[in-house]
Ligand binder design. Structure first.
Ligand code: AHR
Length: 649
């Protein structure tokens, strides 16, 4: 029985609670939401991460050394295993990913990458093709297949520097078998040294989720190719736009805000690898792209302007996450005393979004056809940095932003639980608008911690749950946990202002993260149950939360034994500072070493985060993950205590 007590005081539910978070992870954009169908269109995939010298080691890992530093910064050297984190790796062999050359019917030809005669300043490489006997075919397989639909038209665009080549380039869509699936675009080419653009439209005659783009070279000579692009019909027919089914999922959530572009993506492994929003402006052909944190290159075809445009189209406020000068590896941070250019980079981003058209960056926005300001409301400083160090960086950014743009809400990034954070203590409550806490919690956490926010101290600032999700599964039970989590936030509207699930999108052919909300391949997509939970909550967004009393029959027995099985440990406050973990039963006896609790079955969502040493669980990595223990037999005393020791004792 549920009793609603309308006489008791009610609390407002945050009107902006439901938003989304977008990051280039799992090929969410390139090979996903961003409409481009050609993989490695500008042949830049093999360009190594900037600022790094990659020194191969015999065990297959790479020693990475910082190659260049800002003036006056001492050279910090560090080594890291590469691959790491379970992701794919930077590998020079990726240079021609997506592309293959086919010598058929007596044709002969060769291809290689070249840095000669670049198409423009953003393009460091192009493809050099030598055709000895006509008929050579160059294929692009897209992102695990190019999905084409019968009767749809595909916009083709590529750049060619003819060199000594004389003949025709014929472009078509073909099935894996080689069967032609579309009309053709033919371009006559005569020798020359000027880059020239070819455009056309390919109409598909049949449907195929795994088609390829084929350029056939009828002629002989050596030419260069760059920026080979193929776009399907896009969402709302926007040029350089989005894949319709995926964009529609986003629209279906009616987000009140969009957080972008990361996540770890904004941090980089070194300051040189961190994204610079200014390089994502202009014509897509003029964007150099970047090697991303998630171990693949981003074309940046969907850049800062496009993110802001998406916010506007979806009537969502923009929440831009700025590079804080702090990287994933603190040794590679930009020194605080030289942070001004990085702060300026953030101020410029704000100016681009909302500055007057008379300002430098506002004028550029107007030149791009958008004189009106974009709906930028929040700026977050960095993502998930070690709290003590972070406080000082945050304070500098906040001061500069508030001085120029007092209307901007500055978001403080927090590592996991916001309780007792050194960063907060350092900057003081009065210097905080809203803190971004992340919660990848285990099964049952929301059930056992329903009062988590009720207990949270009120200090005048609000909470943004910028990344939340079940940390092990995406099924109905996870969706049930997520729905409880949303209720926990709704009923604490005075404190919890915003929330966004993470990650949102994943190409099933390259998952960087275990649990994702919307999954897809080249032609199909589906959303997990939790998506529909969020949609349901969003569509039934209450203004106020009223007191309810739930009576169950029979009432739950507080002494009921914990049944054998998995026990989520996400209910303690996970924090980067916790180092080791001991498990006690209800009588206070240490049980981690007997057959009652199986530590070998300890599960952590991000492998490598925990290990068992001398019978004690230990973090092996800075990042703490909520986790699970396997209870081998029921705990009849009805209580399990987990004690965690902080690094500082
Ligand atoms: O959502 C995936 C990742 O999880 C984000 O990039 C990062 O902020 C968090 O650790």
């Amino acid at each position: 029985r549920i009793q609603i007590d309308l006489s008791a005081p009610s609390k407002p539910v945050s009107p902006n609670l439901y938003g989304i978070f977008l990051e280039e992870i799992n090929h969410a954009f390139d090979g996903g939401l961003y409409g481009e169908l050609v993989q490695n269109r500008s042949f830049e995939e093999g360009v190594p991460p900037p600022g790094m010298t990659m020194i191969p080691k015999p065990d297959g890992t790479f020693k990475m050394e910082l190659a260049s530093l800002p003036a006056g910064v001492p050279k910090a050297k560090w080594e890291m295993p590469w691959p790491w984190n379970g992701n794919s790796v930077w590998d020079p062999k990726r240079a021609l990913i997506g592309w293959s050359l086919h010598n058929a019917g007596g044709s002969t030809g060769t291809m290689q990458l070249t840095e000669a005669n670049p198409m423009n300043a953003a393009s460091s490489r192009s493809l050099e093709l030598t055709v000895q006997k006509p008929g050579v075919a160059l294929h692009n397989s897209g992102y695990w297949g190019i999905a084409v639909k019968a009767s749809s038209a595909y916009a083709l665009r590529y750049f060619v520097r003819p060199g000594t080549f004389r003949g025709t380039i014929r472009t078509e869509l073909v099935a894996e078998s080689g069967q032609v699936l579309s009309s053709a675009v033919s371009a006559a080419v005569t020798p020359g040294t000027v880059w020239r653009e070819v455009m056309g439209s390919l109409k598909a005659s049949a449907t195929d989720p795994k088609a390829q783009l084929r350029l056939r070279f009828e002629g002989t000579g050596t030419l260069q190719l760059d920026w080979v692009s193929l776009f399907p019909p896009t969402w709302k027919s926007q040029p350089n736009g989005l894949r319709p089914d995926l964009a529609q999922y986003l629209a279906g959530l009616q987000p009140s805000f969009i957080r972008f572009p990361g996540g770890c993506y904004v941090e980089g492994l070194s300051w040189e690898m961190a994204p610079d929003w200014r390089k994502t402006l202009g014509q897509p052909t003029e964007r150099p792209g970047m090697w991303g944190y998630w171990q693949y290159r981003s074309s940046d075809g969907f850049g800062f302007h496009e993110y802001l445009q998406l916010c506007e189209t979806l009537k969502a406020d923009a929440l831009y996450v700025a590079f804080a000068g702090m990287t994933v590896h603190p040794e590679n941070n930009w020194p605080l005393e030289k942070i001004d250019p990085v702060v300026q980079q953030t101020l410029d981003a704000i100016e681009y979004a909302i500055g007057p058209t008379t300002s430098k960056w506002g004028a550029l926005r107007a030149k791009r056809g958008h004189p009106k300001p974009f709906p930028l409301k929040y700026v977050e400083i960095g993502n998930e940095h070690p709290p003590a160090l972070y406080g000082d960086y945050y304070a500098v950014f906040r001061k500069a932003i508030k001085a120029k743009y007092p209307q901007i809400q500055v978001v403080m990034s927090m590592f996991w639980s916001g309780l007792n954070q050194p960063a907060i203590n350092r900057v003081g409550d009065a210097n905080i608008d809203i803190v971004d806490e992340h919660a990848y919690r285990g099964s049952g956490w929301a059930r056992s911690s329903f009062d988590y926010f009720d207990r949270y101290p009120r200090k005048g600032w609000g909470i943004y749950m910028g990344e939340y999700a079940h940390n092990q599964r995406a099924d109905f039970s996870a969706a049930l946990d997520d729905s409880l989590f949303l209720m926990m936030m709704e009923r604490n509207g005075d404190l919890v202002k915003m929330a966004s699930y993470a990650p949102l999108l994943a190409n099933v052919n390259k998952r960087d993260w275990g649990v994702n909300l919307i999954e897809f391949d080249s032609s199909r997509s589906f959303a997990h149950a939790s998506y529909y939970v969020q949609k349901l909550f969003r569509e039934n967004h209450p203004d106020r939360s009223v007191k309810t009393v739930v009576t169950t029959r029979p009432p739950p027995d507080p002494k009921a034994p914990l049944m054998a099985g998995k026990v989520g440990l996400g209910s303690w406050d996970t924090s980067v500072e916790f180092k080791e973990l001991r498990v006690y039963d209800g009588a206070g006896a240490l049980v981690h070493s007997d057959n009652f609790v199986d530590l070998s079955a300890f599960e952590a969502p991000q492998s490598g985060a925990w290990s068992v040493k001398n019978g004690v669980l230990q973090q092996t990595d800075q990042r703490t993950s909520p986790a699970m223990l396997l209870l081998k037999r029921p705990l009849t005393t009805g209580k399990l205590t987990v004690k965690a020791r902080r690094v500082d004792g």
